[in-house]
Design a protein around this ligand. Structure first.
Ligand code: GLN
Length: 485
């Protein structure tokens, strides 16, 4: 069942939330040792919430939009229950004193939170292999990565270990794992969702978003989490960009749709990815869309600009983990300098250290102009590419990832190869625009392929409708991994 079907079934008293939640936990008992999607689970608390929802419905009381639906959340979203680890040893025992706004919204919508999912440490990575706590594998092929950094969320949704999940996307971390795991993942416009309580990685790029099995479920999740929040000054006021009911017109196709494609991107990536992207374009043509060629002349510089800006922001954001303010403190420091240096040396993993050093270097006096400032200028040029492109079309199609799920260990010792996984996703974060990944086929080995659709800022309603048009024409989203009995 999708979230929507489950929610409607619970509301109609055809199924109990307790039964759905128990089913999720029996799937977790059975498959979690194999998939490794979760860092923590909350069985008792989830069943109590499910019972409460069933009780409210039995009593005819009003319930929220996700009433009784078991969902998972990425472990960089602060919760007052359990720990918020960011998959880092430095935060292994961190208990947040507050809930992230999206968590408050999920709870207010009567969702049942089943657990917190694994990720690359501090969301830095594209395979979840940088987790400092555990390994997650791809439910389609357990010798392969689930993608990252929201790999735990994508694997949990694909492996049917929850009905939907939240992830975060700084450079592709929702869309790329969604693509590699054959599920739907949306990175909303920067400012559409409150980041309050999302542990910061690259603050000007980070955005929370849903990972689901269908586009409709993605719209449903957006209804719950979108909107202005006075606790996050970068969340955009609804007088500027109103939040709408994303489900209301979802099934209405858009007529006269103009879709932009960059020919080099359609011809980029592995052969199977190229084929699936070209076939997806044909589907839209059949649906009456006009395909227009567009140019993205500055796209080639996106990865370089991103890895300067993201690491610069990360080096500043991660300064707070010093053994004093937050996180792990070394056992027997010789002096106070060692409190900082040893706590950080012991707590952070290799990739996080690499990025702190890169970012600190890029921001240091003498290099600031040459690297950081230049990267900001490139960012502006990329934004300009999109502005010009969207004068000619309403949405842009391209692959999500140049490859399907790669093997565990294949890229872990080659950071540049790993960074290239994000070649198609990063530009949307630099420009702040929304992007979605939807299932659009499989490669020769039976691994899922995702299609990326990008739209102008705050055009999520249209973006979801465009994605839904494809979903109604195809059945890729209905395929599921063959989990052992
Ligand atoms: N893979 C990119 C990185 O490592 C993006 C990660 C993300 O979106 N959080 O920075």
């Amino acid at each position: 069942m999708s979230c929507k079907e489950l929610r409607d079934g619970i509301a109609a008293k055809e199924i109990k939330s307790v039964a759905a939640t128990e089913a999720v936990f029996s799937a977790i008992d059975k498959y979690e040792p194999m998939v490794g999607a979760y860092i923590s689970t909350f069985k008792e608390q989830a069943l109590a919430k499910a019972k409460e929802v069933d009780g409210k419905i039995a009593a005819g009381e009003a319930v929220g939009e996700l009433a009784g639906v078991p969902v998972a959340i990425k472990d960089n979203l602060c919760t007052t229950f359990g720990t918020t680890t960011c998959a880092s040893k430095i935060l292994e025992n961190f208990h947040s004193p507050y809930n992230a706004t999206v968590i408050e919204k999920l709870l207010a919508a009567d969702a049942v939170i089943v657990g917190k999912t694994n990720m690359d440490e501090f969301a830095m990575g594209s395979s979840t292999e940088n987790s400092g706590l555990k390994q997650t594998v791809n439910p389609w092929d357990t010798s392969r990565v689930p993608g990252g950094s929201s790999g735990g969320s994508a694997a949990a949704v694909a492996g049917r270990l929850c009905f939907a999940a939240l992830g975060s996307d700084t450079g592709g971390s929702i869309r790329q794992p969604a693509s590699l795991c054959g599920v739907v993942g949306l990175k909303p416009t920067y400012g559409r969702i409150s980041r309050y309580g999302l542990v910061a990685y690259g603050s000007s790029l980070d955005q929370i978003g849903p990972v689901t099995r269908t586009v409709s479920d993605c719209a449903l999740m957006m209804n719950v989490i979108a909107g202005h929040d006075e606790k996050d000054s970068t969340s955009v006021s609804e007088s500027i960009a109103p939040v709408c009911n994303y489900l209301e017109k979802l099934d209405e196709p858009i007529s006269g749709l103009k879709i932009g494609v960059v020919p080099e991107f359609v011809a980029g990536g592995e052969a199977d990815v190229q084929k699936a992207t070209a076939e997806a374009i044909e589907v839209y043509k059949k649906l009456g869309a006009e395909i227009v060629e567009i140019e993205m002349p500055h796209f080639d510089y996106a990865i370089s600009a991103y890895y300067v800006i993201a690491t610069a922001e990360a080096s500043s954001n991660l300064a707070r983990y010093d053994g004093v303010h937050y996180g792990h403190r070394t056992e027997r420091p010789a002096d106070y300098i060692e409190v900082y240096s040893k706590s950080r040396a012991e707590g952070f993993g290799k990739e996080v250290k690499r990025r702190i050093m890169l970012g600190t270097y890029a921001l240091s006096s003498g290099y600031y102009d040459a690297y950081y400032l230049k990267a900001l200028k490139v960012r502006n040029l990329i934004r300009g590419d999109f502005t010009r492109a969207f004068e000619k079309c309403e949405a842009i199609l391209m692959p999500v990832s140049p490859t399907t799920a790669f093997r565990l260990g294949e890229k872990i010792d080659d950071p540049l190869q790993m960074y290239l996984s994000d070649v198609y996703t990063i530009a949307a974060n630099l420009a702040g625009i929304p992007g979605i990944s939807i299932p659009c086929g499989f490669d020769e080995s039976g691994l899922p392929i995702g299609l990326q659709i990008l739209a102008p800022a705050f055009a999520e309603e249209k973006l979801l409708r465009i994605a839904r048009m494809f979903e109604m024409q195809t059945d890729w989203h209905q395929k599921k991994p063959a989990m052992p009995k």
